[in-house]
Design a protein around this ligand. Structure first.
Ligand code: TEU
Length: 575
């Protein structure tokens, strides 16, 4: 039987601090803005906030490049503001997760400044420094062929000491060397700094990149490009689990802290189980990237691969079935700040389907086993920027780097960039970072009317905003609230119930269906991931009644008709 834990019953609301609410008219969201909205967030029925990084940072990667983990990026506020946030959340019986970015730091972090200053510096080995290789022409060359996740080589030459340092993301995000015990201890001190102030846990960024193969070997060559992924040598390396166990005993266990690890590049069941199987005592749960990558190309994010409901069926069935087998726990999520909004990619943001789609995805998130994470704005059906926005609407470094690389390869001809723009319109990280749409006043109530928001505000805000849905039980927000009440009321079946997939032969290829059950209480869920009506057999469920749905529910002749993007939940034994 499953052990009950607070973090299994939690529902987490991710806030991207720059984009939530600007309290002082500088066009950038801030901590006081978040504090002022605690009653709103609480009223939704979620109980935990995950805050993307708010620490001192030159903001080359929107705060995922931290210069000092113990102070706050001044435009966001102060440590005192964060203390107030923590205290007020706790007063509402809510919790706070912070982003722990310790695979790398900013190059402006004191540690890196010291490390780069000389080969003899005690912090030299806190980062990866290697001598150049020499190519056939006697020219300096990178120590290996690894490609940065944001493009180009992952190695950068530093004149001061004539060596290269490793940076898997931006050149200004040097990778920390976790083999250094003193570096690890300093990092644990930083974690305790926040846990001592009452933070309830961490989302651990790029977690499985912390252990690399000790020899840093060349990545497998799969094309004629100068740099190759190399992920097989920098993801889930040999010491990964030692580091996690050390973090647990040194830090997390002392605070009952919740941990959710971001796991890139590692997707197979066996490796995943090693992080979250309960008998290993490592992490509480993970983000495996597969659910946000369903329309990524095989080799590149912006390659084309259409979403098909079969993909969500496969991934959902895989983890819903695998995780209980090793007695673990996991997250359920569809959105974060690193991609386009799921409504625009996996369902539909067309006006006639948008509300139904938002409710369909909410039903998915809140009826599965695992801790649900939603991204602020999801509760009102916020969507991607539309097709009429040009390349200049996108300002995030990942998408821009990609766009500019392709543009250069195409001779700088903007008229040849249609295909790339189309992919960016679906997947660019900017969409997950759009300013929150609070009301229909200018700047969507995100900042003052005369301020210049730090990034594009989606012009659909006049129709899609918090104010217009707040008191409407039939709105997307109203639906989220109802579902959240159900999940909190019938925790046993919603959170701890078993999962049984309905086969594709029972539902058709466009519909995802499953049952959840706990000691005679049962729900059955059908989700139509298509824009046409679907009919599913319901003979087995004739005695059950509707619990929640985004459409009218009628079981006729033992058949159930699902509207386009229809979601139906039937119940038995829930009162
Ligand atoms: O992302 C880790 C990661 O692997 C990214 O490459 C992600 O897959 C990509 O952004 C998808 O487009 C984390 C953070 O979530 C991201 O915002 C940071 O930029 C990155 O780490 C570096 O800290």
């Amino acid at each position: 039987s499953i052990q009950k834990k607070w973090w299994k019953e939690a529902v987490v609301y991710q806030i991207y601090p720059a984009s939530f609410l600007d309290s002082n008219g500088d066009g950038l969201g801030d901590v006081p803005g978040i504090i002022s909205k605690i009653p709103y967030i609480h009223s939704l029925g979620v109980d935990t906030i995950w805050l993307s990084p708010i620490f001192a940072s030159p903001q080359k990667d929107m705060g995922y490049d931290i210069a000092d983990y113990r102070s706050i990026h001044a435009p966001y506020g102060t440590v005192e503001d964060v203390q107030k946030l923590i205290d007020q959340l706790h007063a509402h019986k809510m919790r706070l997760l912070m982003d722990l970015v310790v695979n790398h730091t900013s190059d402006e972090h004191e540690w890196f400044k010291e490390s780069r200053s000389s080969k003899e510096n005690p912090k030299r080995d806190w980062y990866f420094w290697r001598d150049p290789k020499i190519d056939a022409n006697g020219k300096r060359k990178e120590p290996n062929n690894w490609k940065s996740i944001f493009g180009g080589s992952a190695w950068h030459f530093d004149e001061t000491t004539g060596q290269y340092y490793l940076a898997l993301f931006l050149p200004s995000q040097p990778d920390l060397n976790w083999t250094s015990a003193s570096m690890r201890q300093a990092t644990y001190d930083d974690m305790r700094f926040w846990l001592d102030r009452g933070v309830d846990g961490f989302r651990i960024d790029s977690m499985n990149l912390m252990s690399k193969h000790p020899d840093l070997p060349d990545g497998k060559v799969i094309n004629d490009e100068p740099y190759q992924s190399g992920a097989e040598f920098f993801a889930s390396g040999p010491k990964m689990h030692d580091y996690i166990r050390e973090m647990r005993t040194e830090v997390f266990d002392k605070y009952d802290a919740m941990t959710v690890g971001e796991l890139g590049f590692t997707k197979d069941e066996q490796s995943v189980s090693e992080y979250i199987a309960s008998d290993r005592h490592e992490l509480n749960m993970l983000f495996t990237g597969d659910i946000v990558d369903m329309d990524f190309g095989a080799e590149a994010k912006y390659g084309r691969d259409d979403f098909h409901p079969r993909k969500i069926r496969k991934i959902t069935n895989l983890w819903q079935t695998a995780v209980p087998k090793f007695n673990g726990w996991n997250t359920v999520y569809l959105d974060n700040h690193d991609s386009g909004r799921s409504i625009s990619r996996y369902a539909s943001d067309a006006p006639e389907h948008r509300a139904a789609s938002a409710k369909l995805l909410a039903t998915y998130l809140l009826t599965l086993s695992g801790t649900p994470f939603l991204l602020a704005g999801q509760e009102i059906g916020m969507a991607n920027l539309g097709k009429d926005y040009g390349a200049d609407a996108y300002i995030d470094v990942e998408g821009k780097n990609y766009y500019n690389a392709v543009l250069a390869a195409r001779g700088g001809d903007e008229s040849k960039m249609g295909d790339v723009l189309r992919e960016m319109q679906l997947k660019a990280r900017d969409h997950g970072r759009l300013p929150m749409q609070w009301d229909d006043t200018s700047n969507a109530g995100f900042t003052t009317a005369d301020a210049k928001p730090w990034m594009t505000i989606n012009k659909d805000y006049k129709d899609w905003n918090v104010a217009s849905q707040l008191n409407d039980p039939d709105s997307v927000m109203g639906y989220w609230k109802k579902l959240l009440v159900l999940r909190k009321t019938d925790t046993d079946v919603f959170v701890y119930g078993s999962y049984t997939a309905l086969e594709e032969s029972e539902t058709g290829e466009m519909v995802l269906g499953y049952e959840r059950e706990f000691e005679g209480k049962k729900i059955v869920v059908w989700l139509n991931f298509s824009d046409v009506e679907q009919v599913v057999p319901a003979t087995k469920y004739e005695s059950m009644s509707a619990l929640i749905s985004n459409q009218e529910v009628k079981v006729e002749g033992a058949k159930l008709t699902l509207r386009p993007y229809g979601a139906v939940v039937l119940q038995d034994g829930l009162q």
